[in-house]
Design a protein around this ligand. Structure first.
Ligand code: G3H
Length: 496
């Protein structure tokens, strides 16, 4: 059960504490933030509404702790990360339970998220030891006009304090994908979890606490965005921000000042289907890619661009699979569960109604109860409909019929987003040419978009993000190169 057993110390009454200076604390604000269960639409958990002074205290201790941590041997840093990974996996059940209650993640997927996170941390520890254990050695006479009088040694050093802001849909996994790289690289870490998902994140942070990381090295601050959001992202103590989420990332990047940013801000991931594609494979990937976790993934298939000649056959196969999806509460491990908030459900409904008014064909009846929206395929969608361009983050998927491959590529590239895309064809040459033409950070050939495995590079073009993630890239991003140059006497110097 959440908040019991080893997790007892993270809760006081019915309010979860925040984590600062290696201790679980109540905020002096006396205020709390309620977390609404998306299924019942009733308050389920409460977290502390931290104050700006509490953020200042966290930043001060993060700075002090980082200095000592940067001098801690790499193998010791890795050892603690391995401990945290093991603890996370050991306590997967209560953490997964939080994911079910806070973000309506289907029960089995919730466990998978926690286990995947443990694996991610372990891989990060191993990758970091190798990557950070190496540097470069350069000699000066490889550049014109120089004698061999300078030896340059380079190594990777930490940035300082990393601020991690993960999204509601992976509050554990997308938190550790920032925490692991930051820590192995010698940084300290301040986590601001999403409100929906904060309690799962606090449990995850407790696993790092139990692993024995030094006081102040990791902190977790909860509260209202209006009170501490800008204060955190514009805080002079922050040396790097890693953010995953929506439009807020654009605002953060404008305000953040001269620090490295890693941003992943969503996508309108297109699925281009050619005439020679294996339609059973395509249908299976469209349904898994478009509807898993009710479409609330930045890598979900968000628009299908199918050649007209095979569109009827594909739509029929997709509809047959949609008919088999179960719809209901996450506790039952339903395929389709309530979307995270009522405002998300209202937004999705707005896109659906706009498409209806403009003449899209609904392949299923549109049905909604509270935050629960039944899966819907919208056929004959045209570019004048909002759903052709906007990201629903829900179980509704538009199909646009195309008459030429170029039309599909054009639609994909006309989007402001450029996260991932996919193409289905048996012709590998065509697939590679289409991949080259698509302006997205990744193109999957014959599979739906996906971020994992977690060591693969993961990046978005245009409004989809800044920088590249994936374990190796994140470790590199959270470091700077430091050079030391040894100057030797001129070649005429004699040692005798
Ligand atoms: O929502 C954004 C995530 O990065 C998607 O990750 O492809 O593993 O679902 P995923």
């Amino acid at each position: 059960m959440a908040g019991t057993g080893v997790f007892e110390e993270i809760i006081d009454g019915d309010v979860y504490k925040y984590y600062s200076e290696g201790e679980w604390k109540n905020s002096s604000s006396g205020k709390t933030v309620a977390i609404i269960n998306p299924t019942t639409r009733k308050p389920h958990f409460k977290v502390q509404a931290c104050s700006q002074e509490e953020v200042n205290k966290i930043m001060e201790s993060a700075k002090v702790a980082q200095k000592a941590w940067a001098r801690t041997p790499l193998w010791k840093r890795a050892e603690l990360l391995h401990k945290a990974a093991a603890l996370l996996k050991e306590h997967r059940a209560p953490i997964a339970e939080c994911l079910v209650k806070e973000i309506a993640k289907p029960a089995k997927d919730a466990v998978i998220e926690v286990v995947r996170s443990g694996d991610l941390i372990s891989y990060t520890a191993e990758e970091g030891v190798r990557l950070l254990g190496e540097g470069k050695f350069l000699v000066s006479d490889s550049f014109p006009g120089n004698e061999r009088t300078k030896y340059c040694l380079t190594s990777k050093i930490p940035l300082g304090v990393v601020l991690a802001i993960p999204p509601f849909n992976y509050p554990v996994n997308l938190a550790v994908s920032k925490i692991g790289p930051a820590l192995i690289a010698g940084n300290s870490l301040v986590l601001k979890p999403p409100t929906q998902g904060a309690v799962a994140a606090l449990h995850m942070v407790h696993c790092f606490h139990l692993a024995g990381f030094p006081k102040g090295l990791i902190s977790c601050v909860t509260g209202k965005g209006s009170e501490i959001g800008d204060f955190l992202t514009m805080h002079p103590g922050v040396n790097c921000i890693s953010f995953t989420g929506g439009d807020t990332g654009v605002a953060i990047s404008k305000k953040a000042g001269m620090i490295p940013l890693q941003m992943e801000l969503g996508g309108k991931d297109a699925c281009i289907v050619l005439e020679d594609a294996d339609l059973d494979l395509v249908a299976a990937n469209i349904v898994k890619g478009g509807f898993s976790y009710s479409g609330q993934r930045c890598t979900a298939v968000k628009v299908v661009l199918v050649m007209e000649s095979i569109a009827d056959a594909l739509v029929e196969k997709v509809n047959a699979k949609i008919a088999k999806l179960t719809v209901g509460p996450p506790e039952d491990d339903s395929d389709i569960t309530p979307v995270v908030t009522e405002s998300s459900a209202n937004f999705i409904e707005g896109l659906v109604m706009d498409a209806k008014e403009r003449g899209a064909t609904f392949c299923q009846e549109y049905k909604r109860e509270g935050n629960l929206i039944w899966p819907l395929l919208l056929d004959h969608v045209r570019p004048d409909m909002r759903i052709a361009w906007e990201e629903p983050f829900g179980p509704v998927l538009p199909v646009i019929r195309i008459n030429a491959i170029e039309e599909g590529i054009h639609h994909c590239n006309a989007s402001n987003f450029g996260l991932q895309g996919c193409v289905f064809t048996r012709d590998i040459v065509k697939a590679i040419m289409i991949s080259d033409a698509m302006e997205t950070g990744t193109v999957q050939i014959n599979s739906a978009p996906a971020r994992g495995p977690d060591h693969f590079p993961f990046q978005g073009l245009k409004d989809s993000g800044i920088g590249s993630q994936g374990i190796t890239n994140s470790i590199n991003m959270m470091t700077k190169i430091k050079s030391t140059v040894i100057n030797l006497p001129s070649p005429s110097y004699t040692m005798g």
